[in-house]
Design a protein around this ligand. Structure first.
Ligand code: F6R
Length: 579
């Protein structure tokens, strides 16, 4: 939700900020803006996407600047509500990611004290508060401002005649990049990859005074040292590399994402947490929630350990009796609901573990242990390779609990993922692109796989899709089945095969067209369905992976056929840092 970037150094700031914002665009893309500092502050901001704008022609002068790409929360997307926001006199500019919950009250007070507001945003109150506290020292002004703010923020502020950027964070991510006589600040590491591999992750409550010579960080008034860490992502990972879309590139990177996550293994801390847990609660949102559900099916049946899975957004408002190990599953490590849920579990004395793709992300600062997945940067808004890497991480936990019985399977699973990437799914795409509604059904672990298939389909193709446990269709949704309502059924061999085939026949009797995913050579299934997509005939764990990948491709190709904006689906943003 929103991306912010800052630069201070020897070079002109504008091109660096614009390039950085393009890298961050996946976090929000309804408007963008930059401000640079000289004897005055110059601002350029505009509704729309930076990647589709004439931003390259913007030439604000100055070697200090801040920028923002927005996902609107307060105030509609337009030029005025775009960041940066300035104070009454235009002497201070601010970019902000997060939500200022008490902004209505602050705004009322500021107006009473004579301030003039231009936008409908919550952020603008920050600029005016800094203005009130600014008596020549921007650091002091920001220090005096942040205690008034309730909610979440990562913010960067600049002031005319002041050769520095002041940054502050609380419950929204902010990372600094350390260059050679130049410094960068950004919402995540992707814009930094072009310039440096040395980063400093700010903690909640930190305020950083950033100049070209270095950074000083303060926490609760005291100067503190934060470690300089090395990023192990490379700039090429964050580029499209010849693929039409990031999403397609990321789908094709899945064998590697799975393999690397398995290869990286699990450290001793995490291993002990998993071995000693007598019950496990997973909290997550969206796609990550689906991987958590798959874990539940597999872990309960294979390890005989009780697992509960909670939607993080619900968990905060009802607190079930939990104990044992609480696991936050989150690609970004920044999802506000997941962080809040994990904190709630911590308050219930749970031991906590994060499964995340982003080194140094907020969740890793909250939990007792972290299992880092190795998917590399995921830029497409729809989660794909992070989903597969999450499954690699979660399957490793099961493997540890089961004494390593899946060592062999897990070390080869990436090959099967690679095999299905080139499956011919054109007939299925032709069916789906013409549909208004699609059902995805499966049983056991393939039920969450079908939830994920439906989520991918709706979020990038905008075709309405529902995932169902196959046995549930006849408890209501059957009423919606028609000859133009495709049903995608995942039907691998195993204990649910027979009953799935019966379900498929029942669906067929309602004349709904069926696309079935089954194992290669299953002629019985191929004969009763309209379109059959074969999967390699392997271990159940691997079929969970391969069927998921085929459903990602089905969503992707359908969205392409419908000419959707694949990497930036409407109304969505990659990292949901507001509750
Ligand atoms: C869907 C998708 C989202 C995320 C969800 C949680 O493709 O990407 O549903 O899975 O917003 O995000 P993380 O995993 O970063 O907590």
């Amino acid at each position: 939700m929103c991306g912010i970037v800052g630069y201070i150094g020897r070079r002109e700031a504008t091109p660096i900020l614009i390039q950085g914002l393009k890298r961050l665009e996946y976090r929000g893309y309804d408007s963008f803006g930059i401000a640079t500092v000289g004897s005055s502050i110059e601002v350029f901001k505009k509704q729309g996407r930076i990647s589709e704008s004439e931003a390259g022609a913007v030439s604000l002068a100055g070697c200090i600047g801040i920028g923002h790409t927005r996902w609107a929360t307060h105030g509609e997307p337009n030029d005025i509500n775009a960041h940066p926001h300035i104070d009454c006199r235009g002497g201070v500019a601010v970019v902000h990611n997060g939500v200022i919950e008490n902004f209505t009250e602050l705004k009322r007070q500021l107006i009473e004290r004579g301030h003039t507001f231009r936008s409908d945003t919550d952020t603008e109150v920050i600029a005016h508060l800094i203005e009130e506290h600014h008596h020549g020292d921007l650091l002091e002004a920001v220090r005096a401002t942040v205690p008034h703010l309730r909610g979440s923020y990562a913010l960067l502020a600049v002031a005319a005649h002041d050769r520095r950027i002041v940054a502050a964070r609380d419950c929204s991510p902010l990372v600094l990049g350390i260059g050679d006589s130049e410094l960068f600040a950004a919402s995540d590491m992707t814009p930094l990859l072009d310039h440096t591999e040395r980063v400093v992750f700010l903690e909640d409550g930190d305020i950083a005074d950033i100049s070209a010579d270095g950074v000083e960080i303060y926490h609760q008034g005291e100067k503190v040292q934060r470690p300089v860490e090395l990023i192990d992502w490379c700039v090429e990972d964050a580029r499209k590399g010849g693929f039409a879309h990031y999403m397609l590139k990321e789908i094709f990177e899945q064998p590697q994402a799975f393999y690397e996550t398995i290869r990286a293994g699990v450290d001793e801390t995490v291993r002990n947490l998993v071995l000693s847990a007598d019950e496990v609660t997973l909290v997550a949102c969206g796609t990550s929630y689906h991987t958590a559900l798959i874990f539940k099916y597999l872990a309960e049946s294979l390890c005989r350990i009780p697992v509960r899975v909670e939607l993080a957004s619900e968990f905060k408002y009802y607190t079930p009796p939990i104990s044992g190990l609480a696991v936050a599953v989150t690609q970004s490590g920044e999802t506000a609901d997941t962080i809040a849920a994990l904190k709630m579990a911590k308050a219930h004395n749970c031991i906590t573990l994060a499964i995340t793709n982003v080194q140094g992300s907020t969740i890793t600062r909250v939990t007792d242990g972290t299992l880092l997945m190795r998917a590399g940067p995921e830029i497409g808004v729809a989660a794909t390779k992070s989903y597969i890497a999450q499954l690699a991480a979660l399957m490793q936990l099961i493997n540890i609990r089961c004494g390593g019985v899946f060592d062999e399977v897990l070390s080869h699973a990436h090959l099967a993922i690679g095999e299905v990437l080139m499956r011919d799914i054109q007939d299925a795409v032709a069916l789906c692109r013409g549909a208004e509604h699609i059902f995805f059904v499966g049983r056991g672990p393939f039920y969450p796989v079908s939830l994920e298939g439906a989520l991918k389909m709706k979020e990038i193709s905008y075709v309405h899709a529902e995932g169902y446990a196959a046995g549930e269709l006849k408890h209501g949704p059957f009423a919606l089945l028609t000859p133009v309502t495709p049903v995608v059924a995942i039907c691998p061999p195993g204990s649910t095969y027979g009953v799935m085939v019966s379900n498929i026949k029942e669906i067929k009797a309602r004349r709904a067209p069926i696309i079935a995913l089954g194992v290669d050579g299953d002629s019985e299934l191929a004969e009763i369905v309209d379109i059959f997509i074969p999967l390699p005939d392997t271990h159940l764990l691997v079929q969970v992976l391969t069927s998921s990948v085929v459903l990602q491709l089905l969503a992707y190709r359908t969205a392409c056929a419908l000419q959707r904006d694949i990497d930036r689906p409407r109304n969505l943003a990659k990292s949901v840092t507001v509750e």
